[in-house]
Design a protein around this ligand. Structure first.
Ligand SMILES: [Mn+2]
Length: 291
């Protein structure tokens, strides 16, 4: 008999052997519209048992790789700073062990903790950001630590020209003005991603990949706190993930699934599939992988 431990399907390597380490941040205290992203990581693990470990898209199986699922952090809901510090600590530990940290949110603010750890190890870090929202507000209702401000806080860490945003279709005028000066923002879809990836590959700079699942169209992904009509399809997102995975990605996250907002369960099933394909795409690029 074995203890009842629920990891993401196919991710049952030991920590020591693992190349990628999953960790969950079930946090949604700054969500501006519909809360529920705190239930994302657990729902993804639970529903993953409805998913095949084999990907016909990439002709690879999660069981071909060594992936460890470290479960969820226990985070303080009343203090964003305390939650971010715990996330940063976990990411730093995984990075220090020479492994790849893959964070499951939670609302998008959790990214800031992981980026703090990544930029500490890689000062020349670039960030590739898939999202419906620019997330570049300086504050939201007075709060600097809000999921609506997360890329603005990241910009304070990495500086101009290092943040590359795709699928953006929502934000106030000031955010788009800020982006024009300080980030590389691509509206609506992944136009420009192939060219960017080529440049990132040539320079071999370290890259953090943050995927807000609300970049997907709400018709296939309604289970999220701030749905925005006019998003990309699952196949477009899959293609984008496989493209950018050719760059030197050193850490990543998937966030903003709020499973209870979609009673059909399709959003959670979609998030599971995005995670499987992301793990395979990233792991194929890992130095230890033999095709
Ligand atoms: Mn978003």
């Amino acid at each position: 008999m074995r203890p009842n431990i629920e990891n993401f399907i196919g991710c049952d390597s030991s920590y020591r052997a693992a190349s990628i380490v999953l960790y969950g941040a079930p946090y949604d205290s700054t969500t501006s519209y519909r809360p529920g992203a705190r239930f994302g990581p657990a729902a993804i693990r639970h529903e993953s048992y409805g998913l095949e470990t084999y990907s016909p898209y990439q002709n690879a199986d999660l069981t071909d790789f060594d992936i460890f699922d470290s479960g969820d952090l226990e985070l303080c809901f009343g203090s964003s700073e305390s939650a971010l510090s715990d996330i940063e600590g976990r990411a730093a530990e995984i990075l220090a062990d020479g492994k790849f940290p893959l964070l499951l949110g939670g609302e998008h603010l959790v990214t800031l903790g992981a980026v703090r750890a990544a930029v500490e190890k890689y000062p020349d870090l670039h960030i590739v950001h898939f999202d419906a929202h620019a997330d570049l507000r300086d504050d939201y209702l007075g709060a600097k630590l809000s999921h609506a401000c997360v890329l603005r806080r990241c910009h304070e860490l990495v500086g101009d020209g290092r943040i590359h945003q795709f699928c953006i279709r929502s934000g106030d005028r000031a955010e788009f003005d800020f982006a024009a000066q300080h980030t590389e923002l691509h509206k609506f879809d992944f136009t420009g991603l192939a060219e960017l990836t080529e440049a990132l590959c040539e320079s071999r700079v370290p890259v953090y990949l943050t995927i807000d699942l609300d970049c997907l169209d709400p018709s296939c992904f309604p289970g999220t706190g701030t749905p925005e009509a006019g998003g990309v399809s699952f196949l477009q997102l899959l293609d984008a993930i496989r493209t950018v995975a050719k760059a030197n990605i050193v850490a990543a996250d998937l966030n903003e699934l709020a499973p209870t907002l979609d009673p059909t369960g399709v959003s959670t099933a979609t998030a599971c599939k995005v995670l499987r394909e992301t793990l395979i795409a990233l792991d194929k690029g890992w130095p230890g992988f033999q095709a």
